[in-house]
Write a protein that binds this ligand. Structure first.
Ligand SMILES: CC(=O)SCCNC(=O)CCNC(=O)[C@H](O)C(C)(C)COP(=O)(O)OP(=O)(O)OC[C@H]1O[C@@H](n2cnc3c(N)ncnc32)[C@H](O)[C@@H]1OP(=O)(O)O
Length: 232
């Protein structure tokens, strides 16, 4: 899985990005060794040539991201954050880094092969998030730090962010040893995360430029009943 990763550099990816942004939205779907892809709805099974073509890509698929997805991820992230605040949670190098180190803590939502939303997480080992958590993956810990959740601008306010987050949390519950997830967000996004079951932990020590954040926590453990009821 990672053989190709070594040849990918942020510089090469940026060149591709600038040369042909359309490429971002036409990537192929591949399966991941970590998260078995699952589909919201089956492709149409009607026999017109146009419809037959649709069989080649799943209508809707959730899967772990790979370093090959980094450019699609970064394009969504760049639009979502840089244009708004001038700051991005993860640089392209950091996206590549986390998708190389802990792809099993990421999830992408693809519709007919196009990335419409994603979450990137990594491991963390302290009670609260600290500045170094922004760039560090601590393996084999019980806490997942959600670095970024973002939905393509054309797909926002349709419930996709909430669904993706819910799927991700369900998926994390099925990974043995994980107990909680932490994230930081600006105050105006707290209701979004509270609706998903996160609780506020107070102001975060993390700052990015002039931006200040609240820390939010979601407990994964202690849900044995839910786990028994699910397909974990
Ligand atoms: C850890 C982090 O990554 S924090 C940063 C989160 N990501 C971003 O800010 C990137 C840009 N924004 C996005 O990608 C999306 O708007 C997301 C991920 C925040 C939400 O995804 P969506 O698919 O738009 O959300 P969804 O349709 O499921 O839910 C909408 C709810 O989100 C909340 N919400 C979404 N964007 C905003 C916003 N800019 N300001 C305030 N509330 C917002 C509202 O509570 C809204 O609730 P409502 O329907 O009652 O109005």
């Amino acid at each position: 899985m990672f053989e190709q990763t070594e040849s990918l550099t942020a510089e090469a990816l940026m060149e591709n990005l600038e040369e042909n942004e359309c490429m971002i939205m036409s990537q192929q779907v591949s399966s991941s060794p970590f998260l078995k892809a699952f589909y919201l709805k089956m492709p149409l099974s009607v026999s017109s040539p146009l419809r037959q073509r649709r069989h080649t890509l799943p209508a809707s698929e959730f899967r772990n991201l790979t370093p090959q997805d980094a450019i699609s991820v970064f394009e969504i992230e760049r639009e979502a954050f840089i244009s708004v605040s001038g700051e991005c949670p993860l640089t392209l190098d950091e996206v590549l880094n986390f998708l190389g180190q802990c792809p099993e803590l990421s999830m992408g939502w693809f519709e007919e092969g196009q990335l419409v939303g994603f979450i990137i997480g990594s491991g963390w080992d302290k009670e609260k998030l600290a500045q170094e958590a922004l760039t560090r993956h601590v393996p084999n810990t019980s806490t997942v730090h959600i670095h970024v959740l973002s939905v393509h601008r054309h797909c926002r306010q349709q419930g996709k962010g909430s669904i993706l987050l819910w799927r991700y949390l369900q998926y994390l519950r099925c990974i043995p040893g994980l107990r909680r997830t932490l994230l930081v967000c600006e105050k105006f996004l707290m209701p979004f995360y509270e609706k998903a079951g996160f609780k506020e932990k107070g102001p975060s020590a993390i700052t990015v430029g002039a931006l200040r954040f609240r820390e939010m926590e979601y407990t994964l453990a202690g849900l044995a009943y839910a786990r028994r009821k699910s397909n974990c």
